[in-house]
Design a protein. Structure first.
Length: 365
């Protein structure tokens, strides 16, 4: 039996735990990376872009859901991030009007909670389009993919430079593809970012491609933070990363067993989370523009009763929100999954009393 019984996000004023709205805008993508599956969990160019009317209906639902959750939060934690992703969100033909609409729809909530819109993207848009997009987002996650053509990599760098000049908050996860053909390209880009003082971090891959040699792990050392180094040294170079450990998608440090002074970046995968008490529903909402479904979290999809599946559809979300407003406090869920993926950083514990104690930090009494 594991000695780990409680996991939570580290307490850091510049990286505090807010409410994340993950919005899958489209499955179409202008890249076709080997490690990104073709289908609903990756990209699929055979599925049409959802019409803008459907997009705006889903956005309004997600804002109203977030407004309901924020009624229970302490003021210092009334921060939401709208993460727009794909596929490739920039590939949607109406992306500019969608982001402009996200500004307009938020206006009625602006005096109740704070919103930062974030785009997760390969950033291969033309300068004109990119400049418009940047007017309606507050943050960007630039995903670097070594398989991309040189022309698009140049565009990627140019768009990073523009975002930095505009003082837009950003980070650059570099997808560290261990294939011999692409590994050096990944290292070269990490070096480029370090030399240009760009906020980049190496992102180890889940999936069948995520197996790294001892040499590759050692080559990452100059590019990781202090608390990451310890975890990298624990990685078994003969086993897939997805079978060993999981980090926060946003690179957030975490704490275990209420030890808030010591940070870790990776959580062991073999903990067996089924039956744990979890607050993922208090920190996440996922909207899928393709299916029209809403989940507590885009990966685990656990509902309050411990089953998995959507909490609502576009046809039933209004009723679901009405039921939420009748609650006297935010509930927690009991995990129905053996493994934790996105949502690893959400406070969780084997012991309900531990979780309740942690949530007093975030929620009003």
């Amino acid at each position: 039996m594991s000695s780990i019984h409680t996991i939570e996000a580290a307490y850091h004023p510049k990286n505090k735990m807010g409410f994340l709205i993950d919005w899958l805008l489209t499955l179409k993508c202008n890249y076709d990376c080997t490690y990104c599956t073709v289908g609903p969990l990756g990209h699929d160019n055979s599925i049409a872009h959802p019409p803008i009317e459907k997009c705006m209906t889903m956005l309004r639902h997600m804002y109203e859901y977030t407004d309901t959750v924020m009624q229970y939060k302490k003021n210092s934690f009334k921060d939401a991030i709208l993460n727009v992703y794909g596929g490739e969100a920039l590939y949607h033909p109406d992306i500019e009007n969608i982001l402009i609409g996200s500004t307009r729809e938020y206006e009625k909530y602006a005096d109740r909670w704070r919103l930062r819109r974030r785009l997760t993207t390969n950033a291969t848009a033309t300068a004109k389009k990119w400049h418009t997009v940047c007017e309606h987002i507050e943050g960007i996650t630039f995903s670097y993919h070594a398989e991309g053509p040189d022309k698009l990599k140049t565009l990627f760098k140019n768009n990073i430079e523009y975002a930095v000049d505009q003082k837009i908050e950003y980070d650059i996860p570099v997808m560290m593809y261990p294939h011999v053909k692409y590994w050096q390209d990944c290292l070269d880009f990490m070096k480029y970012c370090k030399e240009n003082k760009l906020n980049a971090r190496p992102k180890l891959l889940d999936g069948p491609e995520g197996v790294y040699t001892q040499l590759q792990l050692e080559q990452l050392t100059p590019y990781v933070k202090n608390f990451d180094e310890v975890d990298i040294k624990k990685i078994d170079p003969t086993t897939k990363i997805q079978d060993q450990s999981r980090g926060c998608c946003g690179g957030r440090p975490m704490c275990m067993n209420r030890d808030v002074k010591n940070y870790v970046s990776m959580i062991p995968r073999d903990l067996g989370f089924k039956g744990w008490h979890c607050s993922a529903n208090q920190f996440f909402l996922s909207g899928n523009n393709i299916s029209g479904n809403y989940h507590t979290n885009k990966d685990c999809r656990v509902r309050l009763d411990g089953t998995t599946g959507p909490i609502a559809t576009m046809d039933t979300m209004d009723d679901y929100i009405t039921q939420m407003k009748q609650q006297t406090e935010l509930p927690t869920l009991v995990c129905g999954q053996d493994r934790c993926r996105c949502g690893t950083c959400a406070p969780k514990s084997v012991h309900k009393e531990n979780l309740d104690s942690i949530l007093k930090i975030y929620n009003q009494n």
